[in-house]
Design a protein around this ligand. Structure first.
Ligand SMILES: Nc1nc2c(c(=O)[nH]1)N[C@H]1C(S)=C(S)[C@@H](COP(=O)(O)OP(=O)(O)OC[C@H]3O[C@@H](n4cnc5c(=O)[nH]c(N)nc54)[C@H](O)[C@@H]3O)O[C@H]1N2
Ligand SMILES: Nc1nc2c(c(=O)[nH]1)N[C@H]1C(S)=C(S)[C@@H](COP(=O)(O)OP(=O)(O)OC[C@H]3O[C@@H](n4cnc5c(=O)[nH]c(N)nc54)[C@H](O)[C@@H]3O)O[C@H]1N2
Ligand code: SF4
Ligand SMILES: [Mo]
Length: 716
């Protein structure tokens, strides 16, 4: 806090409370220092926030630098060069809105409103500038709906089938755990502020185990690293349950009162001996047995599971299987025990008052799965059919396909870097027939394909309200500075486009503050109802009103159809799945040949998805893209450390440097992301290698489930 004290002495600096907008579980509260000229000079984590505790991360520490970056988009622009060339000329807002209003209206007249597709994800998690106002606009328009599946669907469905909700425990209660299993998550990079909680638990004597194909920073800092083959987590969990049941390490009372389907589960895990799981996962037999025993003995154990194991064909079933573990051992009874994925459901926020789905026409417009953007834009019927959202095997094929996509409006997302099957995405975006509007801070790979490129404000410049998926605090972000250049908030941009298109201005509210106040006031959830706007303004954040400790399943009551933890789920059966846990082999297993490897591509420490890649200092520290490979795999191919290699996948060929380390499971390579293709030497990105294939539950993305080949680069 030296920075704060020094600035306080200057006297001409004021401090504005806000919150980090990024898609990160930590949702840090921050304070921005603004000088007399209205310029932000610094920012830091709010010291009084129980989860933030005064520190941001290495990325967001650079948020002021990113905000005033010389490449910031500051004026609306229209395309002058060929599609994808990134050549634009600045125009004023009126002219830009004229073009958008006219083109969208023409498209709707000729093809219907479903020909317009919004494309967005989590560039900001703000209630208003995320999907709040955009949702309202696209609902009123009757545009196609987008299934926002790129990140978290498989696991959410897996937990809901099993426990009825994703709201399970308070992340801060991990302090009271005796065994923390960090399963498919790189805490020190992607959930940094959970680490101090882990350390507090360690001080009380807890052990920490990381289950990951890669020896990440987190794995290095843990007591034990269990190296697992990608996509095989369900097999490990099945074998753990096999041991728990075979050795009578279960909590019979909890099973009787708090679960249904123990008999069926026992039958399902009977054949899953540790020896069989060892063959599938690559984890030694005795390591599996001792993990199960240690899990049972810990009083209590917590599985902090995140997204790593979800990005595979069987990702949903993997999470569903792991979620059964604490019900067998009764860990839910004790503070700090259970399975924790996301805390957001505990907020009980109702997004409808902002997004207004009631404005949609009937029948409701079709829904397109975002991970199939490439298919959605391809223009042929078979591809469009595949792009329709069908999250479960029981979902029938759609009867009517609807029109081809003629207009795409992208905000809070960078699909030309972050979507699977980039070649197909680029091909779709390059179609001269497609009218594309992009709202952005920077000229990303996606922005290069825009017909109209609009400058959006950053979190320093607009008002918003934030829930969190990593803790239990609701936060208000107050604007600290005036918009940079002519940037406008997403909310204001959609308000203006809506009015231009002849929608009733009163639909979009008088201003952002009134909308957010109304939204908060409309919340019926008992967790939110006691939190007033005034309190958020004064304090910046407030804990949702749930009990401390938050242990919703402690008595064995779960919000499932049976009211219990469903080891056997009738709903799953109806939806077309096995009602009991099972191992669904990852897609790569059927594809690997003797010379191929499976490729995982988790986030780089200093990037936030594709954000911050253009902040020079962070990109230089991260270095150019590289692939991590086990020494045995490298030796077989005659490859040397630090040499140039080519990685070949379904959608193309990437050049990068090879790093040979004994820090990854054999048969796997790891390429951290998400670098901007346009800033990489070969103009290509890691998602050239990934495919438009859904997870078992919820139609999620399978980024870490691809087979690739690696060879010495021809250019080397
Ligand atoms: N610094 C930083 N933080 C971030 C992000 C970022 O880009 N950068 N992104 C944010 C977002 S949007 C998200 S969704 C989260 C994601 O953060 P996490 O939940 O941590 O998930 P991932 O980073 O996808 O993967 C975590 C780990 O899972 C491993 N893994 C891959 N496949 C498997 C598998 O089959 N089984 C197991 N057990 N492990 C596997 C990877 O090697 C990786 O180390 O992080 C958020 N936080
Ligand atoms: N290979 C591989 N691919 C992945 C992943 C992986 O692990 N491996 N992770 C996947 C996951 S989990 C996710 S969540 C996705 C996310 O992938 P991306 O779409 O790359 O997400 P972000 O980088 O968070 O944000 C996207 C854009 O939103 C913009 N933005 C931020 N705030 C605002 C705003 O207020 N207004 C407007 N108009 N724009 C704003 C930012 O400038 C940024 O360019 O990537 C997925 N892709
Ligand atoms: S990205 Fe995550 S860790 Fe970094 S400041 Fe934002 S919320 Fe905190
Ligand atoms: Mo994500």
């Amino acid at each position: 806090m030296r920075r704060r004290e020094q600035l306080l002495k200057r006297g001409d600096v004021s401090f504005v409370r806000g919150v980090c907008p990024h898609d990160c579980p930590d949702t840090c509260a921050w304070e921005v220092a603004v000088d007399a000229s209205g310029t932000a000079v610094d920012l830091w984590g709010a010291p009084e926030h129980p989860f933030t505790r005064g520190g941001l991360c290495g990325k967001v520490d650079r948020y002021v630098e990113r905000t005033y970056h010389p490449d910031r988009l500051t004026r609306p622009m229209v395309r002058v060069g060929p599609k994808g060339s990134g050549e634009f000329k600045p125009v004023d807002w009126d002219a830009a809105l004229d073009v958008i209003g006219e083109r969208l209206s023409n498209i709707i007249d000729r093809h219907g409103a479903e020909a317009v597709l919004p494309f967005s994800y989590s560039g900001t998690l703000g209630a208003l500038n995320g999907e709040g106002m955009a949702g309202r606009f696209f609902h009123a328009l009757g545009a196609s709906q987008l299934a926002r599946t790129i990140c978290a669907e498989a696991g959410s469905w897996g937990l809901r089938y099993t426990c009825g909700t994703t709201a399970s425990v308070d992340s801060m209660d991990a302090e009271f755990s005796r065994l923390i299993v960090l399963w498919g998550t790189n805490t020190l990079s992607s959930n940094l502020h959970f680490w101090p909680v882990v350390l507090r638990a360690k001080k009380r004597g807890a052990r920490v185990i990381v289950i990951d194909p890669v020896e990440t920073k987190t794995a290095k800092a843990a007591d034990q690293w269990i190296r697992i083959r990608p996509g095989t987590d369900a097999a490990l969990a099945l074998a753990m349950m096999h041991v728990l049941i075979a050795e009578s390490l279960v909590d019979e009372d909890f099973i009787r009162e708090g679960t249904i389907g123990f008999e069926e589960l026992s039958a399902a895990v009977e054949g899953w001996t540790p020896a069989r799981a060892s063959e599938v996962t690559g984890i030694p037999n005795d390591e599996i047995v001792s993990l199960a025993r240690e899990f049972a003995a810990a009083d209590p154990a917590l599985v902090r599971l995140n997204y790593g194991m979800q990005r595979h064909r069987g990702g949903g079933m993997a999470v569903r299987t792991i979620a059964c573990l604490p019900a067998l051992t009764g860990h839910w009874r004790r503070r700090g025990g259970g399975v924790l994925l996301s805390t957001s459901a505990a907020f009980g926020l109702d997004s409808r008052p902002l997004r207004r789905p009631d404005l949609m026409p009937t029948p409701t417009p079709r829904t397109i799965n975002m991970i199939r953007l490439g298919d959605a834009l391809a223009g042929d019927e078979a591809s469009l059919r595949r792009a329709h959202y069908r999250p479960r095997p029981s979902d029938p094929e759609v009867a009517s396909l609807g029109p081809s996509v003629k207009a795409l409006v992208v905000y809070n997302a960078n699909p030309a870097a972050s979507n699977p099957d980039l070649a197909k995405v680029r091909e779709g975006l390059a179609n001269e027939d497609l009218f594309t509007v992009v709202l952005e801070h920077f000229q990303t790979d996606t922005a290069d394909y825009a017909d109209v490129l609009l400058p959006a404000t950053t979190q320093l410049e607009h008002l918003d309200l934030h829930a969190s998926y990593g803790h239990l605090y609701l936060s208000l972000n107050r604007p600290a500075i005036a918009p940079v250049g002519q940037a406008l908030s997403n909310a204001e941009i959609f308000r203006r486009i809506g009015v231009r298109m002849g929608l009733d201005a009163s639909l979009f509210g008088p201003d952002d503050e009134s909308l957010l106040k109304e939204y908060l006031a409309a919340q019926a959830s008992p967790a939110i109802a006691p939190i007033s706007w005034e309190r958020l303004q004064a304090d910046g954040f407030a804990r949702v009103d749930v009990p401390t400790p938050f242990m919703p399943f402690a008595e064995g009551a779960f919000p499932t159809p049976s009211g219990r933890c469903e080891l056997y789920s009738e709903t799953m059966k109806e939806d077309g799945y096995s009602p009991t846990p099972e191992f669904i082999a990852p897609a790569w297993m059927a594809e690997v040949t003797p010379d191929s490897l499976v490729c995982v591509s988790p986030p780089a420490h200093l990037f936030l998805n594709s954000t911050f890649v253009n902040v020079d200092r962070l990109r230089k520290k991260t270095g150019a893209p590289y692939a991590l490979m086990h020494p045995a795999d490298a030796a077989r191919r005659g490859l040397r450390d630090e040499e140039e290699i080519a990685v070949l996948g379904a959608g193309g060929r990437l050049r990068m440097t090879l790093k040979i380390r004994d820090a990854i499971v054999r048969g796997t390579i790891c390429i951290e992301g998400i670098h901007w293709p346009k800033l990489s030497a070969d103009g290509r990105g890691v998602n050239e290698l990934t495919r438009q294939r859904e997870t078992d539950f919820g139609g999620g993305a399978t980024f870490y489930d691809v087979a690739v080949r690696v060879e010495r680069s021809a250019g080397a």
